[in-house]
Ligand binder design. Structure first.
Ligand code: ARG
Length: 457
């Protein structure tokens, strides 16, 4: 369906002044899956990471740094120190309103091009990006376009002119706004202090992307709290008579929380994504050690299972729902989990290895007909529809639900029927062929979610 068409997707986009917390997981995992689904359907894909490298958070970090930082300590462990500073500043700001002033002041100096602020800001951004990119490597996520918010902060005048030419810009208490009807508050382009806003930067970025990519579809993946922001964004462009804005959609997701053991070791209740992943890998290692102590390469399988379990749990819910899960739950090999799918995939891989049948020879499928086999066959035939649906609605959970159903049907067949029937070669071949189709669809499906499919576990 995507042949010759361009798909752009804005996802992940962490705020670089903040620690890479567990809340960023959803945008990253869901966005990556939507990206992979479109790619699989033949679209030309552009993954955009609109890094949060500008705005109020940086004012806070700049202020915290000048008030409390020990530059030597920061040099040794920049990410840990800077995120502690950020968290501390936010805690203290609740009690002390002068700090708010302090951070605003730094931001104004930064926008005005103050050398000291600018070089600190560059340093923070560089460290934040390094950290984010390290996490993307762990999750196996890549982007084509890394232009963050700061890139569009100096395009304010063009944006104001564009809307001004359509007579849409009004002044209100010193700020510049666009009114977009009764149902929504106006969209603010410039604050009374003369700085750009989240709206104006996003408008500049979107117009740039249209010029650069001429996309057929453009998706934004953020949490539901930004719904109004995107409605305002699209509505302002509509008012300016822009027709391509119909190609843009916001795909919001609900909030994520953790049940069970508390893992946040830092102040301020920040749960670091990496801590969660490390813990999941550790738990996966214990389970593998117990189930399959002779497995070669346990280390790398445990990584694939642990990380996959967290990704799956995140994606396996209707996007807009809030999710809450515990690591014990998501690592249960018999539950509706990622490891259950990976385990089923590995089981079917091992049947095929045992069969030693040349796989290029398609068995005589007319030999199939048992109820358990037909259930699997019907389930296989359903795959393309579910992928189309997932793309149309930007909803990866269609694929996870589908894979769980397929795995259940296939495991039922495995329990009811002997696959490698000893005295009926033709039937054995037909069944191995069916098993190979299951293996292949499970593998493809897991990849579409952003998971790995180990052959043994
Ligand atoms: N940095 C923002 C945040 O973490 C998300 C940005 C989403 N993309 C966008 N074009 N506004 O909340």
């Amino acid at each position: 369906q995507g042949k010759g068409k361009i798909f752009a997707i804005d996802y992940s986009a962490p705020n670089l002044a903040k620690p890479f917390g567990i809340q960023h997981l959803r945008s990253t995992a869901i966005g990556n899956s939507i990206y992979r689904i479109h790619k699989f359907l033949g679209w030309n894909c552009v993954g955009i990471n609109y890094y949060g490298d500008y705005g109020a958070n940086f004012g806070q970090l700049l202020a915290a740094y000048s008030l409390w930082a020990d530059p030597e300590k920061v040099k040794v462990a920049p990410v840990a120190e800077l995120s502690d500073l950020y968290v501390r500043f936010n805690e203290e700001m609740k009690k002390n309103s002068e700090l708010r002033e302090e951070s605003r002041d730094r931001l104004v100096r930064l926008s005005a091009g103050d050398q000291e602020m600018l070089s600190l800001w560059k340093y923070f951004v560089t460290e934040g990006r390094k950290e984010a990119e390290r996490i993307y490597q762990i999750l196996d996520v890549e982007f084509e376009d890394y232009l963050g918010e700061s890139h569009f902060a100096n395009q304010l005048d063009q944006t104001i002119n564009f809307f001004g030419n359509h007579c849409l810009v009004e002044e209100s208490d010193g700020a510049l706004i666009i009114r977009i009807g009764e149902e929504m508050p106006p969209c603010m382009l410039r604050t009374s202090a003369g700085t750009s806003t989240y709206h104006s930067r996003d408008l500049a970025a979107l117009r740039y992307r249209w010029k650069r990519y001429a996309f057929d579809k453009m998706v934004y993946v953020t949490d539901v709290r930004q719904q109004l922001h995107f409605r305002q964004l699209f509505a302002s462009l509509q008012r300016a008579g822009v027709d391509w804005v119909n190609r843009c959609v916001h795909a919001p997701f609900g909030l994520l929380s953790f049940k069970g053991e508390a893992m946040g070791t830092r102040k301020g209740n920040v749960l670091l994504l990496e801590e969660v992943l490390d813990r999941a890998i550790e738990l996966a290692k214990n389970i593998i050690q117990e189930k399959n102590p002779d497995l070669l390469d346990k280390e790398s399988v445990a990584r694939q299972v642990g990380i996959g379990a967290v990704i799956f749990a995140d994606v396996n819910n209707r996007r807009t729902r809030d999710v809450s899960f515990s690591l014990e739950e998501v690592l249960n090999f018999d539950g509706e989990t990622g490891p259950y799918l990976q385990y089923t995939h590995a089981r079917f891989c091992s049947i095929i290895k045992k069969s030693r049948k040349p796989l290029d020879r398609i068995g005589n499928v007319s030999r199939l007909g048992e109820q358990a086999e037909m259930r699997v066959a019907r389930q296989l035939a359903e795959f393309p529809y579910q992928v189309d649906l997932a793309a149309a609605e930007n909803e990866p959970s269609y694929i996870t639900t589908y894979l769980l159903d397929l795995a259940t049907a296939a495991n039922k067949m495995y329990n009811e029927l002997q696959i490698l029937v000893p005295d009926n070669l033709e039937l054995a071949e037909a069944r191995v062929h069916l098993v190979d189709c299951v293996r292949s669809v499970l593998q493809t499906g897991l990849e579409l979610i952003g998971m790995k499919a180990p052959e043994e576990m």
